[in-house]
Design a protein around this ligand. Structure first.
Ligand SMILES: Cc1ncc(COP(=O)(O)O)c(C=O)c1O
Length: 394
């Protein structure tokens, strides 16, 4: 029986330029973002400018994580304790966690056959909230034209969670350019790797001013480059608390070195994704989620469903794949583990959600990382092993 030997968790090494610049920063001792000089704004401020330019946004703030960036984004957008925030039911724990951190209440929305937020359920619940935290979970983009229409109709402020959609587009607009504010993750298993990190972008000067101060600017906000005039920030300096969560120069410098390679890497992920889907699409028991023509996603992971299998059979399928070296994550497990906590394990929210469509999809949904350390032959082998195991269980 064929076996896959490589690790699903192994990342590619960082580019040499990242390693060299990290060593340089460590030699300088200037790790704190505000340890800058008049002629050298430091890598964090430069990263913010470069990322804003990449994204086509006016402003950017680098944070300690995407979960933190989402928290600050919501506060700066006006989310208050007790507010209701609409959010996908199919997302990962940091998303409801960020809402909870604001003292707000997530109102979970059902999942479509494309694994995006269900637009009918969203519209049905839209009059109950002023905010939507839209998670482009695993890089699946909802119909952004319809999302924009619903948000306009119900006067909802859109916050995009682009942790999994950096480099993706909806039509001719980048994911992250639809919301009032959007957040990206640079945690190791995302599209840029600094171990941990988050990037917040917006075109709203008041929102970024508040976000910068919330992130802990120690009244040094005039050192930001991807920011409005300091007078804009002075307006909020005394009325906005410091919830320290800055990015440091070490992480920023390794991210700067990766940014020029981002689009090439997105294309490399898509090549691997195409090889895997070509094989899986031919397996009768496997269903691939719908993808809209407008969606130009980044295939850094793949999700598929086996709707004919019971939860018990799904568990056996995942375990048989594991015994042949294929690490799949199963979203239907009763108990959360790995990265797969699901809505019914967020007991701290104190709500019981009835989400039959989401439940049905998660019960037969598996998820697999696509590492750039896999070559195209690896991807073919992975898909063929999955196909063999699925066919045996089907
Ligand atoms: C969908 C989603 N949103 C947000 C986050 C938060 O990212 P971070 O780990 O950088 O806080 C994650 C992290 O895995 C995620 O999966």
């Amino acid at each position: 029986m064929r076996q896959f030997e490589k690790s699903f968790l192994q990342q590619e090494a960082l580019p040499e330029a990242a390693i060299e610049s990290a060593v340089e920063i460590m030699r300088s001792g200037r790790l704190h973002r505000y340890d800058a000089t008049p002629d050298n704004p430091g890598p964090t401020a430069l990263l913010e400018s470069e990322f804003a330019a990449y994204q086509g946004s006016s402003y950017c703030l680098a944070c300690a994580s995407c979960g933190y960036a989402l928290y600050v984004a919501m506060l700066a957008a006006g989310v208050k304790p007790g507010d209701v925030v609409l959010c996908n039911a199919f997302t990962l724990a940091p998303v409801p966690g960020a809402i909870n951190n604001c003292g707000a209440i997530p109102l979970l929305v059902e999942t479509s056959s494309g694994l995006t937020i269900d637009l009918y359920d969203l519209e049905a619940k839209a009059d109950q909230a002023d905010f939507l935290l839209l998670s482009h979970m695993r890089g699946h983009l909802a119909d952004m034209d319809q999302i924009a229409t619903i948000c306009q109709r119900y006067k909802i402020t859109l916050i995009e969670d682009c942790a999994h959609s950096l480099g993706a587009w909806w039509g001719d607009q980048r994911s992250g350019n639809f919301g009032e504010v959007s957040c990206f993750s640079t945690q190791s298993y995302k599209h840029l790797n600094s171990g941990e990190g988050g990037l917040l972008v917006t075109d709203n000067p008041e929102l970024i001013a508040k976000a910068i101060i919330l992130s802990g600017s120690y009244m040094l906000y005039d050192r930001h480059l991807a920011a409005p005039d300091p007078s804009e920030m002075t307006r909020f300096a005394k009325t906005t608390p410091n919830y320290s969560g800055r990015m440091d120069n070490l992480r920023a410098t390794v991210l700067r070195a990766q940014l020029p390679e981002l689009d090439t890497n997105c294309a490399r992920w898509n090549q691997r994704y195409a090889v895997i889907t070509e094989v899986l699409a031919k397996v009768p028991v496997i269903e691939l989620p719908d993808r809209n023509q407008q969606e130009r996603f980044v295939g850094s992971s793949i999700q598929f469903l086996l709707p004919g299998l019971t939860q018990l059979q799904m568990t056996a399928f995942v375990s048989d794949c594991a015994s042949r070296g294929i690490q799949l994550k199963y979203f239907g497990s009763e108990e959360p583990h790995g990265y797969t906590s699901r809505y019914d394990s967020w007991e701290y929210l104190g709500q019981s959600y009835i989400l039959p469509a989401t439940q049905q999809r998660l019960n037969c949904l598996v998820d697999m990382r696509i590492s750039l350390t896999f070559n195209l032959d690896d991807c073919r082998l992975i898909a063929e092993i999955i196909s063999e195991v699925a066919t045996a269980h089907g």
